[in-house]
Design a protein around this ligand. Structure first.
Ligand code: 5GP
Ligand code: ZN
Length: 119
């Protein structure tokens, strides 16, 4: 179920302003806001304003937004002072991927030494 907004979707609620969030960036297609449960000093979520449940659905319906999300993540990383030391952009997809909110989002994480591989 794609489309502009979906009832009972948490992140559609944030896009609509029905659920409060700490926004760090917004344009016509994308919104970025602080993760409510940060795992690092910088932990921002980047979402398309249109509802796509995961990266595969977005790849089918609106592939251009994926490039835009990555571009915004890179620009934000720079603005937030992460360009020198580095950062990570992550998408969790599906159950085994650890996805818990089924509105596509990328995590922008930084501000500390990150470990690899993830669990
Ligand atoms: P996922 O596990 O799906 O990749 O990531 C979902 C992320 O959304 C988690 O990092 C979680 O902390 C964050 N999150 C869940 N509910 C809310 C909320 O209501 N507001 C904000 N800002 N982040 C949320
Ligand atoms: Zn949604």
């Amino acid at each position: 179920q794609g489309g502009s907004c979906v009832a009972d979707c948490l992140f559609c609620g944030i896009v609509k302003g029905e659920i409060p969030s700490e926004k760090v960036y917004e344009d016509d297609r994308v919104l970025a806001f602080k993760d409510i449960n940060p795992v690092a000093p910088v932990h921002v979520l980047l979402i398309p304003k249109e509802h796509h449940s995961d990266v595969m659905e977005a790849a089918d319906r609106d592939p251009a937004v994926l490039g835009h999300l990555f571009t915004v993540a890179s620009k934000l990383a720079k603005e937030l002072g992460l360009s020198e030391k580095g950062f990570r952009v992550v998408n969790n997809c599906g159950k085994d991927g650890g996805q818990t909110v089924f509105h596509l989002h990328f995590h922008l994480i930084g501000g500390r030494q990150l470990t690899w591989p993830p669990g």
